[in-house]
Design a protein around this ligand. Sequence first.
Ligand code: NAD
Length: 314
Amino acid sequence: MAATLSDEVYQRGAGLGCCLSIAPGLTGPAAPRGRPAMSIIEQADCRRSTFSLSRADERAIDVVIDLLRPARRLLFITGAGLSADSGLPTYRGRDGVYRAGVTTCHGLTIEQALSGPMLAARPEITWHYLFELERSARGGVPNRGHRVIAEMESYFDAVWTVTQNVDGLHSRAGSRQVLDVHGDLHDLLCTQCDYKVTVPDYADLALPPLCPRCQGILRPTVVLFGEQVPEEKLDRMWYEFGVGFDVVFSVGTSSLFEYIAAPVELARAAGIATVEINPETTAVTSEVDVKISGRAASVLDLLWERYLVGWPWW
Ligand code: NAD
């Protein structure tokens, strides 16, 4: 059965996710292995490990590097916590859009306001909250965590990123194998005709925005509550899972959606190494082989810096 953003699919917790790329993902084959030349900015990034992590996290990072040395195919599953290091609010965090049991200024739950039926009936209401969501992400740029994952694509046979984020930051960081299962706030399409446009932000949009061709209501490609998660993206994720992964990472997500937790659980069951990077305990913490409790950007930065010491391994 197709996955939708509904209570049935969102069965792991009390809350709900909102959703949310440039349908980029299914680009060509992995880049050939080989260390590419680094730009000056990237070299600066590599020198910049001045944060502090707990000793336990430092040891866990060394364990992960041992896992990465023989690895050829990696899967990253990412969520709002990764973009939190770019200053974007998480969904359930303090400044996030979701508040359990709280109704919006329109007297609706956020799930009602950000739903497909509401967009059809009262587009100005849905757009009010879409605007708030986009405004909270406006000006955000990829952080070191996004860039490390993008850089990894050049070092391994395949590095797939399955993200719930709707901010487009993985693609902006240079990742090419991205499956943004919740869409992208910046990609708009007409609900009446085939008009499409990519916007840098919503600052200049009339709310609700209208199609310049047919005056129909525009909407972002994000998956609203009650709508189906794009099947082709989940299918591609499972296809790549079938090809095989050596390490599966869960980064900055509460993993409350079934289709986000399942790859971690199945990886564990199949004997594939699993790693979680998240300061908090989540729905998959008990499933992973290695838990790193630091912040995503700092951990990925240090991990990558240490991995590159002594590279190549053969
Ligand atoms: P969530 O808000 O449910 O959970 C965020 C997770 O990130 C938490 O487990 C938290 O402990 C962790 N976290 C916070 N700061 C972190 C950091 N610096 N490093 C690592 N982890 C950190 O988010 P979710 O699981 O992604 O689900 C939320 C839903 O809302 C998704 O549907 C998502 O599409 C949407 N959303 C997207 C964005 C975005 O595009 N940036 C932002 C908010 C919400």
